[in-house]
Write a protein that binds this ligand. Structure first.
Ligand SMILES: [Zn+2]
Length: 259
C-alpha cells in the first residue's frame, strides 16, 4: 500500500518550528484527542500553521487520517510533541506522528495508514521496531489514548507496522502447481496471501489461449462443445469402426484365399 503524503510545512521562524537539527532515532506515536467532525490531517496542518499554534511550543511531523498524511516539519528538524523537555530524546530524537480521531473519519483506516507510515520511516532510517514509542514512554501522558485504551491496541498496532516492514521477497514465495494430482513444471506465486499463476498456463489447461501483455491481455476461451455435436461425432466414430471391422474381415478372407 501507499498513502499520499502532502508536505505543508509550518513557516520558519515560528515558535512551533524550533529548527533544532534532528537525527531520527525513534518514532513517537500520538492520538490527536480531537474527536470533532472535520478534525482530520488537513485541519491539523491548518492549525499548526495558524496564529494560535505559532506562539506555542507545539508541533509534530505528521498527522495521519483515514485518507491522507500531512507532513508539517522536515525530518531533519525537531518538533515539540513528547513533553520531555527541551533536550528530551522524545522531542529531540524522535519523529512525531499524530493519528486522527475525528468522528467522521474511519479510525481503523487512520491506524492502518499510520502503521504504513511508521514502517516506511523505520525502513528509511534503518531503525528496528523497538524504536517505535508511545508519547507515554517519554512523559507518562496517556497518549496515544485510543491505542492505549483498547485491549491489545498497541500490540496490534506494532504488529501492523511489522507486517508493513516485511519486504516483497518475504511475502512472495513460489508454490508448486499440481494438475489432477500430478506436479507440473509450472510455478505459481503466493503474493500477499493470493495465488498467482500465469494466465496463459491456466487458460491453456482448458484449451483456450492468451495473447498480448503489458497494459492488458486477451483471453480466448475454448469453443463451447454442444452435447448433440458430441453424440453425432460418437455415432460417426462407431460407424467408421464398423466399416473398418468389415474391411479387415474382407482383407483376411482375401489373404486366406491367396494362401
Ligand atoms: Zn501525544
Amino acid at each position: 500500500m501507499t498513502v499520499q503524503i502532502i508536505q505543508d510545512f509550518i513557516p520558519s521562524g515560528r515558535r512551533n518550528r524550533p529548527g533544532y537539527k534532528l537525527t531520527p532515532k525513534y518514532i513517537t506515536i500520538h492520538d490527536t484527542a480531537n474527536t470533532q467532525a472535520g478534525a482530520d490531517a488537513r485541519a491539523h496542518a491548518q492549525y499548526l500553521k495558524g496564529s494560535t499554534a505559532a506562539s506555542l511550543p507545539v508541533s509534530w511531523h505528521y498527522t495521519v487520517d483515514d485518507k491522507v498524511i500531512y507532513q508539517h516539519l522536515p525530518l531533519n528538524e525537531n518538533g515539540w510533541h513528547a513533553s520531555d523537555g527541551a533536550n528530551g530524546p522524545g522531542n529531540r530524537q524522535s519523529i512525531g506522528i499524530e493519528i486522527c480521531e475525528n468522528r467522521d473519519g474511519n479510525r481503523a483506516a487512520a491506524e492502518a495508514n499510520a502503521a504504513w507510515l511508521t514502517a516506511k520511516l523505520l525502513k528509511d532510517y534503518d531503525l528496528g521496531l523497538d524504536r517505535v514509542k508511545q508519547h507515554y514512554d517519554w512523559s507518562g501522558k496517556n497518549c496515544p489514548r485510543v491505542l492505549r485504551g483498547r485491549k491489545g491496541g498497541w500490540k496490534n498496532f506494532l504488529a501492523a507496522v511489522e507486517a508493513n516492514l516485511k519486504t516483497e521477497a518475504e511475502i512472495t514465495r513460489p508454490i508448486g502447481i499440481y494438475v489432477d494430482g500430478k506436479a507440473t513444471a509450472e510455478t505459481g506465486y503466493l503474493i500477499n496471501n493470493s495465488t498467482y499463476v500465469r494466465a496463459a498456463y491456466l487458460i491453456g489447461l482448458i484449451g483456450g489461449s492468451v495473447t498480448g501483455h503489458g497494459d492488458h491481455i486477451k483471453i480466448m476461451l475454448p469453443a463451447k462443445t454442444d452435447p448433440a455435436e458430441i453424440a453425432k461425432l460418437k455415432a460417426e466414430i462407431n460407424g467408421l469402426k464398423a466399416a473398418n471391422a468389415a474391411l479387415e474381415a474382407k482383407i483376411e478372407n482375401a489373404r486366406i484365399a491367396l494362401s
